[in-house]
Design a protein around this ligand. Sequence first.
Ligand code: ADP
Ligand code: MG
Length: 246
Amino acid sequence: MNILRIQDLKVNAREKEILKGINLSLKEKDIQVIMGANGSGKSTLAEILMGSFEYKIIDGDIYFFEENINNMKPYLRARKGMFLAFQNPVEVPGVNFGTFLYTAYKSIYKENIEIFEFILRLKKESKRLGIDDTFLSRNLNEGLSGGEKKRMEILQIAILKPKFAILDEIDSGLDVDGIKFITESINTLNKEGITFLIITHQKKMLDKINISKVHIMNDGKIVKSGGRILIEKIESLGYKKIIKNL
Ligand code: ADP
Ligand code: MG
Protein backbone atom coordinates (compact mmCIF):
# COMPACT_ATOMS: atom_id res chain seq x y z
CA MET A 1 0.00 0.00 0.00
CA ASN A 2 1.19 3.49 -0.80
CA ILE A 3 1.67 5.68 2.26
CA LEU A 4 2.14 8.73 0.10
CA ARG A 5 1.29 9.30 -3.53
CA ILE A 6 1.92 12.57 -5.31
CA GLN A 7 0.47 13.07 -8.76
CA ASP A 8 1.47 15.83 -11.21
CA LEU A 9 1.80 18.29 -8.37
CA LYS A 10 2.21 21.94 -9.29
CA VAL A 11 2.74 24.46 -6.53
CA ASN A 12 3.08 28.24 -6.43
CA ALA A 13 4.68 30.50 -3.86
CA ARG A 14 2.89 33.82 -4.23
CA GLU A 15 2.56 34.03 -8.02
CA LYS A 16 5.72 32.10 -8.83
CA GLU A 17 5.58 28.48 -9.96
CA ILE A 18 7.99 26.49 -7.80
CA LEU A 19 6.96 22.85 -8.25
CA LYS A 20 6.28 22.01 -11.86
CA GLY A 21 4.74 18.56 -11.90
CA ILE A 22 6.00 16.19 -9.22
CA ASN A 23 5.22 12.47 -9.23
CA LEU A 24 6.35 10.39 -6.29
CA SER A 25 5.08 7.48 -4.25
CA LEU A 26 6.30 5.81 -1.09
CA LYS A 27 5.33 2.42 0.24
CA GLU A 28 5.25 1.39 3.87
CA LYS A 29 8.76 1.28 5.44
CA ASP A 30 10.40 2.86 2.39
CA ILE A 31 13.32 5.19 2.91
CA GLN A 32 13.41 7.43 -0.14
CA VAL A 33 15.86 10.25 -0.69
CA ILE A 34 15.56 13.55 -2.53
CA MET A 35 18.72 15.34 -3.55
CA GLY A 36 19.16 18.40 -5.73
CA ALA A 37 20.91 21.76 -6.01
CA ASN A 38 19.89 24.67 -3.79
CA GLY A 39 16.68 26.31 -4.91
CA SER A 40 15.36 23.27 -6.79
CA GLY A 41 12.21 23.11 -4.65
CA LYS A 42 12.99 20.41 -2.09
CA SER A 43 11.87 22.38 0.97
CA THR A 44 8.80 23.63 -0.87
CA LEU A 45 7.82 20.00 -1.51
CA ALA A 46 8.40 19.10 2.16
CA GLU A 47 6.32 22.02 3.36
CA ILE A 48 3.41 21.61 0.96
CA LEU A 49 3.20 17.95 2.02
CA MET A 50 2.70 19.10 5.60
CA GLY A 51 0.13 21.67 4.47
CA SER A 52 2.06 24.94 4.72
CA PHE A 53 -0.09 28.01 4.03
CA GLU A 54 2.81 29.73 2.29
CA TYR A 55 2.30 27.65 -0.81
CA LYS A 56 -0.64 26.97 -3.06
CA ILE A 57 -1.45 23.82 -5.01
CA ILE A 58 -2.24 24.87 -8.58
CA ASP A 59 -2.68 21.42 -10.03
CA GLY A 60 -2.28 17.76 -9.11
CA ASP A 61 -2.97 15.72 -6.00
CA ILE A 62 -1.43 14.49 -2.78
CA TYR A 63 -2.76 11.25 -1.33
CA PHE A 64 -1.86 10.08 2.17
CA PHE A 65 -3.00 6.49 2.78
CA GLU A 66 -4.91 6.91 -0.48
CA GLU A 67 -6.93 9.80 0.91
CA ASN A 68 -6.68 13.10 -0.96
CA ILE A 69 -5.19 15.61 1.47
CA ASN A 70 -4.82 18.64 -0.84
CA ASN A 71 -6.98 20.74 1.46
CA MET A 72 -6.34 19.06 4.79
CA LYS A 73 -5.16 21.25 7.68
CA PRO A 74 -1.62 20.60 8.98
CA TYR A 75 -2.80 19.39 12.42
CA LEU A 76 -5.04 16.80 10.79
CA ARG A 77 -2.12 15.59 8.67
CA ALA A 78 -0.15 15.21 11.90
CA ARG A 79 -3.04 13.29 13.42
CA LYS A 80 -3.06 10.99 10.40
CA GLY A 81 0.62 10.26 10.99
CA MET A 82 2.67 12.82 9.10
CA PHE A 83 5.69 14.59 10.58
CA LEU A 84 8.05 17.20 9.15
CA ALA A 85 11.45 17.97 10.63
CA PHE A 86 12.14 21.48 9.35
CA GLN A 87 15.38 22.53 7.69
CA ASN A 88 15.59 25.33 10.26
CA PRO A 89 13.70 24.41 13.45
CA VAL A 90 12.32 27.57 15.06
CA GLU A 91 13.32 28.64 18.55
CA VAL A 92 10.31 29.13 20.80
CA PRO A 93 11.39 30.94 23.97
CA GLY A 94 9.09 30.33 26.91
CA VAL A 95 7.77 27.03 25.61
CA ASN A 96 9.22 24.07 27.43
CA PHE A 97 10.20 21.14 25.19
CA GLY A 98 8.52 18.51 27.38
CA THR A 99 5.29 20.50 27.66
CA PHE A 100 5.29 21.16 23.92
CA LEU A 101 5.69 17.49 23.12
CA TYR A 102 3.06 16.53 25.72
CA THR A 103 0.55 18.88 24.09
CA ALA A 104 1.42 17.63 20.60
CA TYR A 105 1.11 14.02 21.74
CA LYS A 106 -2.30 14.55 23.32
CA SER A 107 -3.53 16.43 20.26
CA ILE A 108 -2.43 13.64 17.93
CA TYR A 109 -3.55 10.64 19.95
CA LYS A 110 -6.42 12.24 21.84
CA GLU A 111 -5.16 10.22 24.78
CA ASN A 112 -5.37 11.56 28.30
CA ILE A 113 -1.96 10.46 29.49
CA GLU A 114 -0.72 11.94 32.80
CA ILE A 115 2.18 14.40 32.42
CA PHE A 116 4.28 12.36 34.90
CA GLU A 117 3.82 9.20 32.93
CA PHE A 118 4.59 11.09 29.73
CA ILE A 119 7.82 12.53 31.17
CA LEU A 120 8.88 9.02 32.20
CA ARG A 121 8.29 7.82 28.66
CA LEU A 122 10.24 10.80 27.34
CA LYS A 123 13.19 10.03 29.62
CA LYS A 124 13.14 6.38 28.64
CA GLU A 125 13.10 7.26 24.94
CA SER A 126 15.94 9.81 25.30
CA LYS A 127 17.98 7.20 27.09
CA ARG A 128 17.32 4.65 24.36
CA LEU A 129 18.46 7.11 21.72
CA GLY A 130 21.36 8.38 23.81
CA ILE A 131 20.11 11.95 24.24
CA ASP A 132 21.08 13.79 27.41
CA ASP A 133 17.82 14.27 29.33
CA THR A 134 18.79 17.71 30.64
CA PHE A 135 17.54 18.94 27.24
CA LEU A 136 14.03 17.89 28.17
CA SER A 137 13.63 20.73 30.63
CA ARG A 138 14.91 23.34 28.18
CA ASN A 139 12.73 25.60 26.06
CA LEU A 140 11.84 24.49 22.55
CA ASN A 141 15.06 24.80 20.53
CA GLU A 142 16.03 27.94 22.46
CA GLY A 143 19.80 28.38 22.56
CA LEU A 144 20.41 24.89 21.21
CA SER A 145 23.20 24.32 18.70
CA GLY A 146 22.26 23.15 15.20
CA GLY A 147 23.12 19.57 16.06
CA GLU A 148 21.19 19.63 19.33
CA LYS A 149 18.08 20.93 17.56
CA LYS A 150 18.28 18.07 15.08
CA ARG A 151 18.61 15.53 17.90
CA MET A 152 15.47 16.94 19.48
CA GLU A 153 13.62 16.57 16.16
CA ILE A 154 14.53 12.87 16.19
CA LEU A 155 13.31 12.58 19.78
CA GLN A 156 10.00 14.09 18.70
CA ILE A 157 9.70 11.40 16.03
CA ALA A 158 10.53 8.68 18.54
CA ILE A 159 7.81 9.90 20.90
CA LEU A 160 5.10 10.96 18.45
CA LYS A 161 5.62 7.81 16.35
CA PRO A 162 4.33 9.20 13.05
CA LYS A 163 3.76 6.75 10.21
CA PHE A 164 5.66 8.97 7.79
CA ALA A 165 8.46 11.42 8.56
CA ILE A 166 9.98 13.98 6.22
CA LEU A 167 13.49 15.07 7.18
CA ASP A 168 14.54 18.28 5.47
CA GLU A 169 18.34 18.54 5.62
CA ILE A 170 18.38 17.13 9.12
CA ASP A 171 22.13 16.60 8.68
CA SER A 172 23.00 20.22 7.95
CA GLY A 173 25.52 21.56 10.42
CA LEU A 174 26.04 18.20 12.11
CA ASP A 175 29.42 16.82 13.14
CA VAL A 176 30.45 13.19 12.58
CA ASP A 177 28.89 12.01 15.85
CA GLY A 178 25.70 13.90 15.05
CA ILE A 179 25.38 12.23 11.67
CA LYS A 180 26.06 8.84 13.22
CA PHE A 181 23.31 9.49 15.76
CA ILE A 182 20.82 10.55 13.08
CA THR A 183 21.51 7.60 10.77
CA GLU A 184 21.33 5.06 13.60
CA SER A 185 18.07 6.59 14.81
CA ILE A 186 16.57 6.53 11.31
CA ASN A 187 17.44 2.83 10.99
CA THR A 188 15.95 2.01 14.40
CA LEU A 189 12.76 3.97 13.77
CA ASN A 190 12.41 2.54 10.26
CA LYS A 191 12.63 -1.00 11.65
CA GLU A 192 9.81 -0.04 14.00
CA GLY A 193 7.70 0.83 10.96
CA ILE A 194 8.27 4.50 10.17
CA THR A 195 8.51 5.46 6.49
CA PHE A 196 11.01 8.20 5.67
CA LEU A 197 11.47 10.83 2.98
CA ILE A 198 14.96 12.25 3.44
CA ILE A 199 16.16 15.45 1.84
CA THR A 200 19.92 15.75 2.02
CA HIS A 201 23.12 16.77 0.27
CA GLN A 202 25.45 14.46 2.08
CA LYS A 203 26.48 11.04 0.90
CA LYS A 204 27.86 10.39 4.39
CA MET A 205 24.35 10.68 5.77
CA LEU A 206 23.16 7.87 3.49
CA ASP A 207 26.02 5.37 3.63
CA LYS A 208 24.56 3.25 6.44
CA ILE A 209 20.90 3.68 5.56
CA ASN A 210 18.93 1.08 3.68
CA ILE A 211 17.64 3.27 0.86
CA SER A 212 14.71 2.26 -1.33
CA LYS A 213 15.09 4.98 -3.97
CA VAL A 214 16.97 8.18 -4.76
CA HIS A 215 15.48 11.10 -6.68
CA ILE A 216 17.22 14.11 -8.13
CA MET A 217 15.23 17.31 -8.20
CA ASN A 218 15.93 20.24 -10.48
CA ASP A 219 13.91 23.35 -11.17
CA GLY A 220 10.74 22.05 -9.54
CA LYS A 221 10.80 18.61 -11.12
CA ILE A 222 12.14 15.16 -10.34
CA VAL A 223 14.51 14.69 -13.24
CA LYS A 224 16.03 11.33 -12.38
CA SER A 225 15.23 8.45 -10.04
CA GLY A 226 17.22 5.36 -9.27
CA GLY A 227 19.12 3.36 -6.68
CA ARG A 228 22.10 4.12 -4.49
CA ILE A 229 24.34 4.41 -7.54
CA LEU A 230 22.82 7.84 -8.19
CA ILE A 231 24.41 9.12 -4.98
CA GLU A 232 27.84 8.06 -6.23
CA LYS A 233 27.12 9.80 -9.52
CA ILE A 234 26.18 13.02 -7.77
CA GLU A 235 29.35 12.85 -5.71
CA SER A 236 31.60 12.40 -8.70
CA LEU A 237 29.84 14.53 -11.32
CA GLY A 238 27.82 17.15 -9.42
CA TYR A 239 24.23 18.10 -10.16
CA LYS A 240 24.98 20.35 -13.15
CA LYS A 241 26.74 17.66 -15.17
CA ILE A 242 24.13 15.03 -14.36
CA ILE A 243 21.34 17.32 -15.49
CA LYS A 244 23.17 18.33 -18.65
CA ASN A 245 23.62 14.67 -19.58
CA LEU A 246 20.00 13.65 -19.06
P1 ADP B 1 15.56 23.93 -1.88
O1 ADP B 1 15.00 23.47 -0.59
O2 ADP B 1 15.66 22.85 -2.91
O3 ADP B 1 16.86 24.66 -1.73
P2 ADP B 1 13.28 25.75 -1.89
O4 ADP B 1 12.07 24.88 -1.97
O5 ADP B 1 13.62 26.33 -0.58
O6 ADP B 1 14.52 24.98 -2.53
O7 ADP B 1 13.09 26.94 -2.93
C1 ADP B 1 12.80 26.74 -4.30
C2 ADP B 1 12.59 28.06 -4.98
O8 ADP B 1 11.38 28.63 -4.53
C3 ADP B 1 13.66 29.09 -4.71
O9 ADP B 1 13.89 29.81 -5.89
C4 ADP B 1 13.06 29.96 -3.63
O10 ADP B 1 13.55 31.27 -3.69
C5 ADP B 1 11.58 29.92 -4.01
N1 ADP B 1 10.71 30.08 -2.83
C6 ADP B 1 10.60 29.23 -1.79
N2 ADP B 1 9.70 29.67 -0.89
C7 ADP B 1 9.23 30.84 -1.37
C8 ADP B 1 8.26 31.78 -0.90
N3 ADP B 1 7.60 31.60 0.25
N4 ADP B 1 8.03 32.88 -1.67
C9 ADP B 1 8.67 33.05 -2.84
N5 ADP B 1 9.59 32.20 -3.34
C10 ADP B 1 9.86 31.10 -2.63
MG1 MG C 1 15.75 23.47 1.34
